[in-house]
Design a protein around this ligand. Structure first.
Ligand code: AMP
Ligand code: MG
Length: 339
């Protein structure tokens, strides 16, 4: 299959809409990461997403809408708490899970009785949804397991020959996937951290539990509330270790690496001259939004530069930092050393 590269023009957005209406797959930009979209109400189209990504069948998809009025038909009911969240943070990088209605195909919910919905803020994303005329199921547009793509080139690298088209809308603003919160439990529960922080959710909801899969590895035999969180994920080919330490201790630690040829540091801006390894940077130490913007690009860059072993400086877990740490932890296969 030849994969078209579409541009952010009226004509190409109309073309993307046409492909999606016919049951095809188009990778689309959003403010979080590039998504691999199909008509969410067409089970056969959605099934093709799983094939193109090599995604495990038990990992459900997020449905994207371009107006809040499109939400009601997708869910059984919209409780006041959900509407309050939507009013506060939609359009934006927040996904809300509620019990699903009968029009959601099993392929979207992966057999669960809930559906995840997001109203993105990026104008181009909303124009594509409008052009398709249907809600779009769209997981991140990477091959399953690799870092999510945050630009059209990375999307093409993973999806060339596997889908109908990629629409180039430039670099993603946030660079990590949306915050996922479920309101289908007795107490609202954060399943995946993102740019909307736990503090911001608590401001609206009052109570919020943090799922144990967010900051650590699920114990053997525990069922994942968010199936996507149980996999090793976002991973470059290199073996990544998070090193929790000061910059000084990090430098002493990496100084001891004997053969430094394929060993890299994933570090903060400005640390390249201090660390005795080849370095790839992922934002400013004191600014988690620059880290989220850079992280997945940095992980792909490590592959492009042939890294075999990577030691990563540990981000703060405060605010948006929780999302950055959560992704890096999975990229590292939960491998953390504390100095
Ligand atoms: P992706 O869009 O590739 O980032 O993947 C979507 C994420 O949302 C995965 O981690 C899923 O496990 C999670 N998700 C989607 N729908 C649901 C749902 N109904 N219940 C729990 N988690 C969900
Ligand atoms: Mg994903």
């Amino acid at each position: 299959m030849q994969t078209l590269l579409l541009q952010n023009t009226d004509q190409d957005i109309a073309c993307a809409g046409e492909i999606l209406r016919r049951g095809g797959l188009v990778a689309i930009p959003t403010e979080t990461v590039y998504g691999l979209a199909a008509n969410a109400l067409d089970g056969a189209a959605v099934a093709r997403i799983f094939v193109a990504k090599g995604r495990p069948q038990d990992n459900p998809l997020i449905v994207h809408i371009s107006d809040i009025s499109q939400w009601r038909p997708l869910v059984r009911d919209i409780p006041d708490s959900a509407m309050a969240l939507a009013k506060a943070y939609w359009p934006g990088p927040l996904t809300i899970i509620l019990p699903k209605s009968d029009i959601i195909p099993d392929e979207v919910s992966a057999g669960l009785d809930t559906v995840a919905v997001r109203f993105p803020s990026m104008r181009t994303t909303r124009r594509i949804i409008d052009a398709a005329g249907v809600p779009l199921a769209a997981p991140s547009a990477n091959l399953s397991g690799s870092p999510s793509p945050t630009c059209a080139r990375h999307t093409m690298d993973d999806m060339r020959g596997r889908i109908d088209a990629v629409l180039d809308g430039g670099d993603c603003n946030f660079g990590v996937e949306s915050t996922v919160v479920t309101l289908a439990t007795e107490v609202p529960r954060l399943l995946r951290p993102g740019a909307v922080t736990p503090e911001e959710l608590r401001d609206v909801l009052g109570r919020l539990e943090i799922d144990e899969a967010v900051m650590g590895k699920l114990k053997e035999g525990v069922k994942a509330a968010s199936p996507g969180m149980k996999y090793r994920h976002y991973s470059p080919k290199a073996e990544v270790t998070i090193v929790k330490s000061t910059l000084e201790a990090f430098c002493r630690f990496t100084e001891q690496v004997r053969d430094k040829s394929e060993v890299f540091a994933l570090c903060f801006d400005g640390e390249q001259n201090t660390i005795p390894l080849s370095c790839v940077t992922y934002g400013r130490e004191d600014d988690p939004l620059t880290q989220s913007h850079r992280l997945f690009t940095a992980l792909r860059e490590l592959d492009e530069r042939g890294a075999k072993t990577v030691y990563a400086r540990c981000p703060s877990t405060e605010g948006v930092g929780m999302a950055v740490y959560n992704r890096l932890l999975r990229a590292a296969g939960f491998h953390v050393v504390i100095l």
